[in-house]
Design a protein. Structure first.
Length: 233
């Protein structure tokens, strides 16, 4: 099979770009590849200007809208690459980068309220109602905050590896006391090397008690991806 010169040039350009990204950063290469995969499945990157920042999201598909909220330390694409392309076959899928993650920015102090306000603005801008929201880990907390803020727009809430409403104020105070910090934002948005080490020690502790009351490991019940996929149909 003969290839046209234009096809050859495109392949050479792609290879050179891949080599260039690899030389710069393996994570950049992975991000480029993941973005290429979902773009090939029809996902388009979009942004919403906020009064104090910008919310970035990827979108594809049609049908019942599904909002996928990623966990702490990643972004929408990192957490949801496989699921978003599968769901887009019969849903309108929106995968945002939460504020302060990925391509989303904000000048507001970090908080769940700020996250919920940005997502509520997105749903209002797109005039979406009866949205099914899936929150992973930290995204589960954000999903709760969004549901409280705009309950009329949320038809179903799915929480994966996130404790939900059983996580009480007493649990939160205990976590902050053990970490030696005044607020959740001080713990989960580290601004110094020592603060980052503290967060990593807490999240990846082998203690069963810490596993129940840490951040991304907090989980009283887990909804499997298979069960979650079935319930969304």
């Amino acid at each position: 099979m003969k290839l046209s010169s234009q096809t050859v040039l495109r392949w050479l350009s792609a290879i050179l770009l891949a080599v260039s990204l690899t030389a710069c950063s393996p994570s950049a290469m992975q991000a480029w590849w993941a973005d290429s995969v979902v773009s090939g499945k029809g996902f388009v990157s979009k942004t919403l200007d906020l009064p104090d920042g910008r919310l970035a999201w990827r979108e594809a598909g049609s049908g019942q809208p599904v909002l996928l909220l990623h966990g702490f330390g990643g972004n929408g694409l990192v957490n949801w690459q496989a699921q978003m392309t599968d769901l887009a076959r019969d849903h309108r899928v929106l995968v945002p980068d939460l504020l302060w993650f990925g391509a989303s920015t904000s000048q507001r102090p970090p908080s769940l309220d700020a996250q919920a306000a940005a997502l509520a603005a997105l749903l209002e801008r797109l005039d979406l109602r009866e949205v099914r929201v899936v929150g992973l880990s930290y995204g589960g907390f954000v999903a709760q905050a969004l549901t409280r803020r705009a309950p009329e727009r949320i038809s179903q809430l799915v929480m994966v590896d996130s404790p939900g409403w059983i996580y009480t104020d007493a649990d939160a105070r205990d976590l902050l006391s053990r970490a030696g910090v005044p607020s959740a934002e001080a713990l989960f948005v580290p601004d110094t090397p020592e603060a980052l080490r503290r967060l990593v020690r807490l999240v990846y502790s082998h203690s069963s008690r810490d596993a129940r009351t840490g951040c991304c490991a907090m989980c009283s019940s887990t909804i499997s991806p298979v069960a979650g996929r079935r319930n969304l149909r």
